[in-house]
Design a protein around this ligand. Structure first.
Ligand SMILES: *[C@@H]1O[C@H](CO)[C@@H](O)[C@H](O)[C@H]1NC(C)=O
Ligand SMILES: *[C@@H]1O[C@H](CO)[C@@H](O)[C@H](O)[C@H]1NC(C)=O
Length: 258
């Protein structure tokens, strides 16, 4: 009897756990938006494993690969990384009508012949908490409109040929007080080191991960002074800096990092 009860309890537990991930049947308008989004996209169908499988005739779009919904059938997440999407998403304006979207991943490590800017309409996805455009086919200035996505907790813009001049880093993150992780590897940032440091520390109280690889330090082979006071940096210090630069940190400085 006891065993049966235990099994029942664990069965109920399993059901509860899974109900967080399973979703309601997709709503007609959400399905129509997804189909239009797909049809307007340029992607390599020989590489794609998710988009190619999206089938207008299969009723429940919440079951489509890369799509997750809430219980009412609104699309909450689109995980379309590695789908070889090229040529941007600016023609696929139906994406910006998926207003419930909380997670969008379009990352792709590929070669792009025609990179385009991040579309300004991105601000319409006001519920986004996770946005990953790393290595995607975007270039040029990061649009000001991105700073209106105030629910963002994780933002990955690394790897492309993006730059932050106008708006600069300070303006971009000014309203993004919920950001916990920010990845800007290879983004061309026009602010000086001391400026971005204070911009980040004053605007992003929740920040836990900051990645700016390939941005600054290791390329300054003449670097002799590195001041990171008041930056509240934690974690491993990039050893490449010591190899390439003339900077010889004292053991006192090092002990604060290692
Ligand atoms: C963004 O997506 C890429 C490809 O899937 C992944 O490697 C990377 O870790 C993601 N970034 C974040 C912050 O989740
Ligand atoms: C970064 O921006 C500066 C200033 O606009 C420019 O001179 C430099 O060439 C850019 N670097 C890259 C790698 O785009």
């Amino acid at each position: 009897m006891k065993i049966l009860l235990l099994l029942q309890v664990s069965f109920i537990t399993i059901l509860v756990v899974f109900s967080n991930f399973t979703s309601g049947q997709c709503l007609e308008d959400q399905k129509a938006l997804l189909i239009k989004f797909k049809n307007d996209l340029t992607f390599d169908s020989s590489v794609s494993t998710k988009l190619v499988m999206w089938d207008e005739n299969s009723i429940d779009c919440c079951q489509w690969s890369g799509v997750s919904c809430d219980e009412e059938g609104h699309v909450l997440a689109l995980e379309l990384d590695d789908e070889a999407i090229s040529g941007g998403i600016e023609k696929s304006s139906s994406l910006f009508h998926l207003r419930y979207l909380e997670k969008l991943n379009l990352a792709y490590y590929g070669l792009y012949l025609y990179p385009v800017p991040i579309p300004r309409e991105i601000y319409k996805l006001a519920n986004l908490m996770y946005l990953n455009l790393s290595h995607a086919s975007f270039n040029g200035q990061i649009p000001m409109e991105l700073s209106r996505l105030i629910k963002l907790e994780i933002l990955d813009l690394s790897g492309g040929e993006l730059k932050l001049e106008r708006p600069d880093l300070k303006t971009l993150v000014g309203n993004l007080a919920n950001l916990r992780e920010l990845y800007l590897d290879r983004v061309n940032i026009s602010l000086k080191g001391s400026e971005w440091c204070s911009a980040l520390s004053s605007s992003l109280p929740q920040l836990r991960v900051l990645s700016m690889r390939d941005y600054f330090l290791a390329d300054f082979t003449k670097l002799t002074i590195l001041s990171v006071r008041l930056c509240y940096l934690f974690g491993p210090f990039p050893s490449k800096i010591f190899q390439d630069s003339k900077w010889q940190p004292t053991s006192d400085i090092l002990s604060r990092f290692l």
